[in-house]
Design a protein around this ligand. Structure first.
Ligand code: EPU
Length: 419
């Protein structure tokens, strides 16, 4: 177990280089088991969610070599074994082995995945899609057995543009017989990144990044080299931080188009930004204006930046209203912000208000999930005095080298291991 200690209230400046996307990498690594040869993936973030996936690959018998941000995976001789529940539960993305192993072996047994407690997180859309492709799904005490004599392409319309279901169904369809059409598909940058990876191996996927994806099944996937796309949620987190306490912070190695929704919000609240081809430079303005935020699927305002931006909005003049439409339990960070002197109120599961500006004071708080943790790191950097963030392991799941990156721009921050 870890905690993060921050001495806040210091202006930060310098450059932050953004890592590969967590939510892309956690899909690319399981997708590698579809390949009949070795694949190489570069720009893989060094985060604990990747360690957990590495553990699963090793358990299945894959040959995995990691060197810095490069991972080489050879799954040609893996065995289709039941992944122990304690490993499957370490993260959400273990469920991508469902689609990948089903596609490859036409049968998979998997426990219900883990992940941050930010809502009910059902997987009904994934299962309904597998069934549409001819698979039989049985569930017994959180253990799913999914099998198909003949996995066949199908027309699947998702009730909701779910990221997980879109990727899992793409994976299942890659080696299914015939053509699969996924409509109302998710359009996030990581969907495109995963489709490109699979196509690099010889898959036939078109339409990724639009709401209709077509997958024509193939029999063999060959070796390839692929790079993880820059993390737009990490990008956004540092943009928010820079808007609060930055002086000429350059956030580099990014794709500005992916954070368009955040750029537009920061513009509304009065943050000046210099936007380059692969960087954004931000200084905190003297005064910030309040705003309203409604989370939406991509390219709308991302739910994963909703919690981080609440720390910034404690510094904005007036009443900001947050409408969280994706997850039912994503306001626990507000309880912690109030301990630090913020004035926020959670009205319903989906609506909260923040009054500002309020002075934040360093306090002992706890991260309840990954992005709540990111919110508290930003709040701790804004606040006067010492902030101690318990449950910091959540933060380490998704932010590569966060301590080093913040130290480099002048933050007084450290990670402590506790029992
Ligand atoms: N949903 C269903 N049934 C399903 C699947 C989803 O009802 O079968 C609902 C969910 O309950 C939720 C909504 O659809 O209300 C969105 O879920 P989605 O499937 O899109 O989310 P996910 O794939 O479980 C990924 C990210 C999340 C991110 C969401 C939304 C990964 C590993 N996780 O989750 O990331 O919030 O997409 O963009 O890619 C994070 O990084 O902090 C994080 C939670």
């Amino acid at each position: 177990m870890h905690r993060i200690i921050i001495e806040g209230g210091k202006e930060l400046s310098g450059e932050v280089r953004i890592s590969g996307s967590k939510n892309s990498a956690v899909a690319l690594v399981p997708a590698a088991v579809l390949c009949d040869e070795e694949v190489t993936i570069a720009n893989v973030p060094n985060i604990s969610d990747i360690d957990a996936l590495d553990e699963i690959l090793n358990f299945l018998g894959a040959k995995v070599k990691r060197d810095d941000d490069v991972i080489k995976i050879n799954s040609s001789n893996i065995k289709n074994k039941l992944i122990p529940e304690e490993i499957a539960k370490k993260l959400r993305a273990s469920y991508y082995f469902m689609g990948a192993l089903l596609s490859r072996f036409k049968k998979v047994e998997m426990y219900f995945p883990g992940g941050c407690s930010i809502g009910a997180r059902p997987i009904n859309l994934h299962l309904k899609g597998f069934e549409a492709m001819g698979a039989k799904v049985e569930e017994n005490n959180n253990l799913f057995t999914i099998s198909a004599d003949n996995l066949k392409g199908a027309k699947i319309n998702l009730d909701f543009a779910s990221v997980g279901a879109t990727i899992n169904l793409m994976l299942a369809a890659v080696k299914a017989e015939g053509t699969t059409i996924i409509s109302n598909a998710a359009k996030e940058p990581h969907i495109v990144n995963v489709a490109t990876f699979l196509n690099n191996m010889g898959a036939k996927i078109s339409g990724a990044g639009t709401s209709e994806i077509k997958v024509v099944g193939v029999k063999y996937l060959h070796s390839c080299f692929h790079e993880v796309v820059p993390d737009y949620i990490e990008t956004g987190t540092y943009m928010i931080l820079a808007s609060a306490i930055g002086k000429d912070i350059t956030i580099s190695n990014i794709i500005p188009d992916h954070v368009e929704a955040l750029i537009s919000k920061l513009d509304d609240i009065g943050v000046p930004m210099q936007i380059g081809i692969d960087f954004i430079k931000i200084s905190a303005p003297e005064k910030l204006k309040s705003t309203n935020i409604k989370t939406q699927v991509y390219p709308g305002f991302p739910t994963d930046l909703q919690q981080p931006i609440t720390a910034l909005l404690t510094q904005a003049k007036g009443k900001s209203i947050i409408n969280e439409t994706i997850w039912e339990n994503r306001f626990l960070n507000l309880v912690e912000l109030n301990k630090m002197g913020a004035t926020t109120e959670t009205l319903t599961n989906s609506k909260a208000v923040i009054m500002g500006p309020t002075k934040l004071k360093g306090k002992k708080v706890k991260a309840t999930d990954l992005r709540a943790g990111a919110c508290l790191v930003i709040a701790g950097l804004i606040a006067d005095g010492k902030t101690i963030i318990d449950n910091a392991d959540y933060i380490l799941r998704g932010y590569e080298n966060i301590i080093e990156k913040l130290t480099n721009i002048g933050a007084k921050i450290k990670l402590e291991e506790i029992e």
